[in-house]
Design a protein around this ligand. Structure first.
Ligand SMILES: *[C@@H]1O[C@H](CO)[C@@H](O)[C@H](O)[C@H]1NC(C)=O
Ligand SMILES: *[C@@H]1O[C@H](CO)[C@@H](O)[C@H](O)[C@H]1NC(C)=O
Ligand SMILES: *[C@@H]1O[C@H](CO)[C@@H](O)[C@H](O)[C@H]1NC(C)=O
Ligand SMILES: *[C@@H]1O[C@H](CO)[C@@H](O)[C@H](O)[C@H]1NC(C)=O
Ligand SMILES: *[C@@H]1O[C@H](CO)[C@@H](O)[C@H](O)[C@H]1NC(C)=O
Ligand SMILES: *[C@@H]1O[C@H](CO)[C@@H](O)[C@H](O)[C@H]1NC(C)=O
Ligand SMILES: *[C@@H]1O[C@H](CO)[C@@H](O)[C@H](O)[C@H]1NC(C)=O
Ligand SMILES: *[C@@H]1O[C@H](CO)[C@@H](O)[C@H](O)[C@H]1NC(C)=O
Length: 367
């Protein structure tokens, strides 16, 4: 009987241990969570019942070499999907879900380019927004003034490039695309349309006849293509761009439910909301399983305890138990100081008491 109880408890302990160790799910139960090497977290999904709604439906084409994922509702190929990464310290407070897609380059008057994608992209009404902190607006061309169109007409976004004097353009940070045949600027936040118009610099009312390109591109991708960007752009039809995805139009989690899921809510400056795991938790805020505590002690990189056996995992964090240092015997000098100090203290106290006593005595004599 006693043996049975002990075995039961051990089993339960093992079970809870296993549960704690299992990674929090990112997709709904019985749903595939990947397409090739692309993670497909909920609200994205591949089959009916696995995605939140049509906007998040992923079509995975597994015929041919490596599987390719598509978002058919916005007509783009998906390269990567991210639910918020709680260890992204750099962008922690603006760390929305991201989806990296292949977006067509807009071109004008380029003779040997296919005319399929000359027109730009409009994803208005979708839960996806071009990411202003990750994407850059780029234009390639000579005598070129490129402006973004289809955005709020009160906002003018664009840049100028020419091919006259390379030495005139010296900017250490943006050297590779700072005005010589190529220019770059930041993208406004909350936009869902990408299109561009091109003009000449000298005659601003004249549409240019030269071949020009405009694109939005992922900053991280650009950093790996810093050299000859203007050359690459001519060879490519699509470039990776980052979209922020939101779900506030479709899901609402009240504060109590958010706490239960160890999640928080963030409102973007363009009025959409998204959810993310509290720091120290991982999982998927959009699933009822929510986010679960990360055991930092099990990781080589997430804790800085000198000795692993001193690491104690706590919800959302960890701490290192300080190794107990033996009490050092006091040196003769320390003992001498202590004796002198306490003697002085006693003397001081004595003096005060004596003063008070004599004051009292004087008062008494006055009466
Ligand atoms: C998942 O699939 C198993 C077996 O196919 C089934 O028993 C279970 O009910 C399914 N769970 C859900 C949530 O659909
Ligand atoms: C899937 O990819 C293959 C090869 O890339 C292509 O031939 C096929 O048309 C694609 N299927 C769909 C449904 O897009
Ligand atoms: C997605 O997360 C992975 C790590 O989990 C990171 O390497 C990658 O850069 C992230 N993608 C985007 C688009 O932020
Ligand atoms: C982009 O602009 C061009 C020229 O102004 C226009 O013909 C095209 O319809 C626009 N595309 C979108 C998606 O708005
Ligand atoms: C984008 O599409 C929406 C509807 O889907 C439409 O109302 C809007 O005018 C379009 N914007 C542009 C610039 O074409
Ligand atoms: C372009 O602007 C110039 C002056 O800036 C003007 O003389 C000319 O008529 C304009 N051309 C057109 C086609 O509007
Ligand atoms: C256009 O075609 C010509 C000849 O076929 C080629 O030399 C040139 O590189 C092409 N340009 C672009 C931008 O593809
Ligand atoms: C780590 O702690 C264990 C047990 O407390 C001890 O035996 C071991 O020497 C410690 N190792 C280091 C490197 O301090």
């Amino acid at each position: 009987m006693a043996v049975q109880v002990v075995m039961r408890i051990t089993f339960l302990l093992l079970l809870t241990y296993e549960l704690a160790e299992a990674a929090a799910p990112i997709a709904k139960p019985n749903c595939s969570d990947s397409c090739g090497n692309i993670y497909v977290p909920y609200p994205f999904g591949k089959t009916t019942g696995c995605y939140l709604n049509d906007w998040f439906k992923i079509v995975c084409n597994e015929t041919g070499g490596s599987p390719k994922a598509f978002l058919p509702r916005i007509g783009m190929e998906v390269l990567e999907i991210n639910i918020t990464d709680p260890y992204n310290d750099q962008y922690f407070w603006i760390d929305p879900g991201l989806v990296r897609v292949n977006m067509p380059i807009v071109s004008s008057n380029c003779k040997n380019r296919s005319s399929r994608h000359i027109g730009g992209v409009n994803i208005s009404g979708s839960p996806f927004f071009f990411s202003s902190y990750r994407d850059r607006f780029i234009s390639v061309g000579c005598d070129n003034l490129a402006l973004m169109t289809g955005i709020n007409p009160m906002v003018v976004v664009g840049c100028k490039s020419n091919c006259i004097d390379k030495s005139m353009i010296e900017d250490s940070e943006l050297e590779y695309c700072s005005g010589f045949n190529c220019c770059m600027t930041t993208a406004p936040s909350g936009i869902q349309v990408f299109n561009a118009s091109f003009r000449g610099i000298k005659e601003e009312n004249k549409t240019s006849e030269e071949c020009k390109f405009a694109l939005l591109a992922d900053d991280k991708w650009l950093n790996s293509r810093t050299k000859d960007l203007s050359y690459y752009v001519q060879l490519l039809e699509y470039v990776p761009v980052v979209l922020e995805w939101t779900a506030s139009e479709f899901t609402t989690l009240d504060p109590k439910e958010l706490r239960r899921r160890n999640s928080e809510e963030y409102s973007t400056d363009y009025g959409a909301e998204y959810y993310y795991c509290l720091k120290g938790y991982q999982g998927n805020s959009y699933l009822s399983t929510g986010c679960q505590d990360i055991n930092e002690c099990e990781s080589k990189t997430l804790n800085n305890c000198p000795n692993k056996s001193d690491c104690v995992n706590i919800p959302g964090s960890y701490h290192c138990n300080k190794p107990k240092s033996p009490v050092k015997p006091k040196s003769p000098v320390e003992i001498a100081i202590i004796v002198i100090c306490s003697s002085l203290g006693a003397l001081f106290l004595f003096a005060i008491i004596w003063c008070l006593y004599s004051d009292d005595a004087e008062d008494n004599t006055m009466v």
